[in-house]
Design a protein around this ligand. Structure first.
Ligand SMILES: [Zn+2]
Length: 817
């Protein structure tokens, strides 16, 4: 490394630069040394082009020169790191070779490597770029962007998938980070060059399957390397539909487009932003290609290279407090890799959890780890995103050891084995659950053995663990005190005994009337399901003994989730569903309960980003000013003691933010940390109540902190069994006498309306107080019937009031207990 040499050149050029005339609108790369957290949040939330951020050390921004001059007043220490001219020079005037590889050179080299090493290298076309898609659609501007995404597999027996751990190395997600392609290519060349018999390198290659994708974003790379815009970061998705590339508007950030906790932070759902997340997760063909690769091989670990910052980053990044369950082993490996890479400025690279910089969503790391448990790292190489090429070569060499540490990690202090069916000996996709790891941290998908070989890998720190293997239809097995040694990989093969099976039948009915519900769905463990017939009966085939999760649902009824142990004594299973009050926002509005936000400064809205139930849910509004809450209010009459329940998700990423659930004036519960979708339930009493969901933000950052709710239910009471018969032509409205009367506790109320109308049906007590709101909505013309349940009311005289347009009628009825 040439630390002093390089810095003096840098200093020298800055001095020269400041003496010459610069156009005010030309962009420059500036550096703020040792920024405090507030300053960093200000720039990140202010939608600045953040080139790099190294906590407590520096923050690099790309800004216009005129803006730099203005900023000097507030931040006198700010300095220009690189000008556009310098970066262009870096692209071309390398000392040793001509400069950074472009797409054509990279592809030619990959083809040559595959040709020269057919036993261990195979080149795959794994997808196409946006530009190629457009070109194939006949949009001629994009004929120059006819790019494919290429992956080279390195292993012995390269033609076939073997029972070996797989690894990936990815480059150039971001267009202006060409050094990342160089690192991937250098690693590939270095491994092949050292593939000599009997060497560690040969063992490495023969015993694993290593995938190299040097250019994830070839279109963007071309924009940079042809100097059309050297600051370009995204792909070239045609956001403004101009049929050509529009600087500053087009493009999706490839490293924000993955589908694990995909979603907007700040203004990143607006196309012109640098971190534009795209229209939906995996909207971009480049990222579909990488996803398909990641999903279809048994990857244990991988690195995605970027520049710059000299950091090794590990998941999660999607929000503060999102601690990965594997935090210990995943961070220790990050530390080891970081310590192996010399830094130009600070001795060695440093390691951080991604979110230690600032939250990012939809990244490769979060997807690979969250979805598949892959130990995926982002390495921010170099100190500038386009260093001079001669330095890029140093960066490549410096990064080799870290890649080998990653590849060798699986050889020690890890657990592997295959899971088979004890009877058939076939491989089983089973969850390998490690106590003390998988029950900690934040949610991620369960780690499972692969389909092809039944193989699992768990990277663990040395120690003793209790490990449970489970799969649907099998009896779970817990192996206590499995010793993980620091010197070798522990092998633990498991054969699972199939659980006994039996068929189960039963009946699904409406709870009050006992009437059968036809076409209701009953689903078990998301594996098998059945539908009720016209008489409400269902039969489920081959349900394994043991604990099973049942979900019973039907439109207009509250979905029921229960755990039931099935064994030889299990008799017929019957379920009762409540119609009740239920808001699932699937109408894409707040109307079911007349939810309002009249005390809110920032309105709640209906969102479809990553719903947990159905397609839509309600999400707190965007808060720009501290102290102004985003509040959702529900006022309704409850006629039966019971519970109000709702599904809840909270993303709180700064200390002091809170989410409150309030009934009337009383704060029932306060949350102040991240909550994954979960259903909560609180007691509620008969009578009229105001329910308030309130999100409060106490920090000034405009990052997307929010709370979401879905599936609100509360004690049904009231509206049950509305039936409509449109056979007879109706001339007059009529509220018929309830039957039976007197009643205990239920009675049927029938009424007729002569045209489609908003109908209110309410029950009052003898003091004239509203005790139950039965109906408040538009009903069709015809006869309607509801069943009223008075089990929580005292004996006495009550009044039923029907209002339909101008029509109004009140009947009395007697509850006798
Ligand atoms: Zn990057």
């Amino acid at each position: 490394m040439c630390i002093i040499h390089r810095n003096s050149i840098l200093l020298f050029s800055v001095v020269i630069f400041l003496c010459i005339n610069v156009y005010a609108n030309e962009r420059v790369l500036i550096r703020l040394d040792e920024p405090d957290r507030q300053t960093v949040e200000k720039f990140i939330s202010g939608n600045y082009d953040v080139a790099s951020y190294h906590p407590e050390k520096y923050l690099d921004l790309v800004i216009e020169f005129s803006q730099y001059q203005l900023m000097l007043k507030e931040y006198p220490g700010i300095r220009i790191l690189q000008t556009e001219e310098q970066i262009k020079a870096n692209l071309h005037k390398g000392k040793d070779i001509d400069g950074y590889r472009n797409y054509e050179q990279t592809l030619a080299e990959l083809q040559q490597i595959a040709l020269d090493n057919p036993d261990i290298c195979k080149l795959y076309n794994i997808g196409k770029s946006r530009g190629k898609e457009y070109s194939e659609m006949g949009i001629s501007f994009y004929d120059d962007f006819n790019h494919d995404i290429w992956a080279l597999k390195l292993s012995d027996n390269v033609e076939i998938e073997e029972d070996e751990p797989s690894f990936f190395f990815l480059g150039s997600h971001h267009a202006r980070e060409p050094v990342s392609t160089e690192v991937v290519m250098e690693l590939l060349n270095n491994m092949i060059d050292n593939y000599d018999s009997g060497t560690d390198m040969q063992n490495r290659i023969n015993n694993s399957q290593i995938w190299f994708v040097p250019i994830v974003n070839p279109d963007g790379k071309k924009i940079v390397l042809t100097e059309q815009d050297i600051w370009w970061r995204k792909n070239i998705c045609d956001n403004d539909l101009s049929l050509n590339f529009t600087d500053s508007i087009d493009g999706v950030d490839p490293n924000r487009n993955y589908g694990f906790w995909w979603g907007a932070l700040g203004r990143s759902d607006e196309p012109f932003t640098l971190g534009y997340i795209g229209e939906e997760p995996f909207s971009e063909p480049e990222i579909q290609a990488v996803r398909n690769l990641i999903d279809s091989h048994h990857f244990v670990a991988g690195i995605t290279y970027h520049s710059c910052g000299e950091m090794v980053l590990y998941p999660f990044g999607y929000e503060f407090n999102a601690i990965p369950p594997d935090i210990n082993s995943i961070s220790v490996l990050a530390d080891k890799m970081a310590a192996s890479i010399p830094s130009d400025l600070y001795g060695t690279y440093e390691s951080f959890q991604c979110v230690g910089l600032y939250p990012t969503r939809g990244t490769t790391d979060d997807y690979a780890y969250g979805e598949h448990g892959i130990f995926c790292y982002t390495i921010e190489t170099a100190t500038e995103f386009i260093p001079p090429y001669s330095e890029a070569l140093n960066v490549c060499n410096d990064n080799l050891d870290a890649a080998y540490i990653l590849l060798d990690r699986v050889n020690s202090s890890a657990l592997t084995g295959i899971v088979t069916d004890q009877v058939t000996k076939s491989f089983v996709v089973a969850e390998a659950y490690v106590e003390g790891i998988d029950n900690l941290g934040i949610f991620k998908e369960a780690y499972k053995s692969d389909e092809e070989f039944g193989r699992y890998y768990r990277i663990l720190e040395p120690g003793e663990y209790n490990i449970t293997f489970s799969a649907y239809g099998y009896i779970p097995v817990t192996i206590p005190n499995v010793t993980i040694s620091s010197s070798e990989i522990t092998n633990l093969d498991i054969s699972l005994t199939p659980a006994a099976f039996r068929d189960i039948s039963g009946y699904i009915a409406e709870d009050i009337t006992g009437l059968p519900i036809k076409n209701a769905e009953i689903e078990i463990n998301e594996y098998t399901s059945a539908t009720t017939n016209d008489d409400g009966y269902f039969t489920l085939i081959n349900i394994p003994y043991g604990n099973n999760s049942f979900e019973v649902s039907s439109p207009n009824f509250i979905t029921q989730n229960t755990e039931i142990i099935i064994d030889e004594t299990t008799a017929e299973l019957n379920f009762n569903l409540s119609q009740g009050n239920f808001e699932d926002f699937e109408d894409h509005n707040f109307s079911t309960f007349n939810l309002s936000y009249d005390e809110s400064y920032f309105d709640w809205y209906i969102s479809s980003y990553m719903p947990r139930f159905g397609e839509f849910y309600a999400r707190s509004g965007w808060i720009f000013e501290t102290g102004w809450p985003s509040t959702l209010i529900l006022r309704d009459s409850i006629a039966e003691n019971g519970n109000i329940s709702f599904a809840l998700e909270i993303s709180i990423i700064s200390v002091g933010d809170t989410f409150e659930f309030i009934i009337d004036e009383e704060v029932i519960k306060v949350w102040n940390s991240v909550v994954r979708w979960t259903t909560v339930s609180f007691p509620v009493t008969t009578g009229f109540h105001t329910f308030t969901w309130e999100f409060n933000k106490n920090t000034s950052s405009d990052l997307d902190v929010h709370a979401s709710i879905d599936n609100i239910t509360f004690p049904r009471i009231i509206e049950t069994g509305i039936e409509n018969s449109d056979e007879l032509l109706v001339k007059n409205c009529d509220l018929k006498q309830n039957f039976p009367n007197p009643f205990n506790p239920t009675t049927t109320i029938e009424f007729i309306i002569n045209k489609s109308e908003n109908v209110k049906l309410n029950i009052f007590n003898i003091k004239g107080e509203l005790v139950a709101k039965i109906i408040d909505k538009i009903l069709d013309q015809g006869s309607h019937r509801v069943i009223f349940d008075g089990r929580n009311l005292n004996s006495g005289l009550y009044f039923v009031s029907l209002e339909a347009g101008d029509f109004k009628q009140i009947n009395s009825m007697l509850l006798l207990k």
